[in-house]
Design a protein around this ligand. Sequence first.
Ligand code: FAD
Ligand code: NAI
Length: 327
Amino acid sequence: MSAPIAIIGTGIAGLSAAHALLDAGQEVRLFDKGHGSGGRMASKRSEAGDLDLGAQYFTARDRRFLDAIQKWRDAGWVEEWDPALYQYRDGALSPSPDEQPRWVGTPRMSAITRALLHDLPVTFSCRITEVFRGEQHWQLQDSEGQNHGPFSHVLIATPAPQAAALLSSAPKLAAAAASIAMEPTWAVALGFAEQLQTPVQGCFIQEGPLTWMASNRCKPGRSEHMDTWVLHASSSWSRQNIDKPKEEVIEHLYGAFAEMIGCAVPAPVFALAHRWLYARPLEPRQLGALNDADLGIYACGDWCLSGRVEGAWLSGLEAARRLLEHI
Ligand code: FAD
Ligand code: NAI
């Protein structure tokens, strides 16, 4: 029996690759520095309930992803979310309905990767710091100095800057990953004791510090006792305020929200801020995935394609396809 394949990262890209490899009869072992799966599709457990602080919803254009969503829907992991959509521009809020199907994990965004992970062999709270090749096999080293291996191949499914650091055995791939800039996003969640008197459930914002505000509780399957809202700051505001203390970020973004939402907004009874350092690639690419098939090392993630959940899932699939071609 040959050595298993190591996958670093249990976001949607790593799990998409894992399933494609498992379906082809390969054995995988997963690692993630987080306490659980999901990465930027994770949901934060809090006293206000489970909050989707990263990906808010996803859309699907590729037939393969549409088919996957159909299966996830049949299994009860996702539902369509059809919010009352608004936009804010030129100082005014206006309804902005459209026909775009949008999907969310139920009862929280992380339900999808939790279900995909199921009982796959995974080590959490394990930050991989080095990926190196012995005579025949790959080994991983974590931040505690512990070694993991041997592995036949390594598939790195992390944001580009973190992938670059792990690709030192393949300098060309490392340079390609290092050339991909990723932008930060400050996310704030607010909880109100009483429901806000607004018809808005989701809003695209084209000015000021925010780009998005949405009711978390109105998504299907949610059961928070508070009226919870998630706000996302723009890349530029997030970059300019990257080291601001969380309390100040909350205060500033709460102020912008209260001005835009178009109803009386009391002081929140709950608030938290989360900084995503590598939230989104600066621009979409058409890389599919990165690979050095002779060495047996692969990298994937949203940054190889559209910078969205769909792109991440497709990139994981593409990395697995390239790996299987060389087995
Ligand atoms: P990630 O989800 O980042 O997964 C990478 C994993 O690797 C993480 O779990 C991380 O812990 C782990 N990791 C990293 N380094 C190491 C290491 N050294 N050792 C071990 N583990 C490591 N997309 C949409 O389609 N719709 C949206 O509405 C949307 N909104 C978004 C809002 C925000 C605020 C953010 C941040 C993202 C949003 N996105 C959205 C983008 C979407 O979340 C991502 O495209 C997608 O989740 C990326 O998946 P991934 O598997 O490529 O990476
Ligand atoms: P989508 O088709 O719903 O939205 C794409 C973009 O089109 C929106 O950002 C918005 O600017 C515009 N738009 C769509 N519908 C609109 C409407 N009814 N009224 C006004 N404007 C509308 O979703 P898609 O293409 O799947 O994109 C995913 C979403 O995730 C986008 O909103 C994107 O900005 C967001 N995202 C956020 C990240 C972050 O770090 N904050 C990272 C990656 C994605």
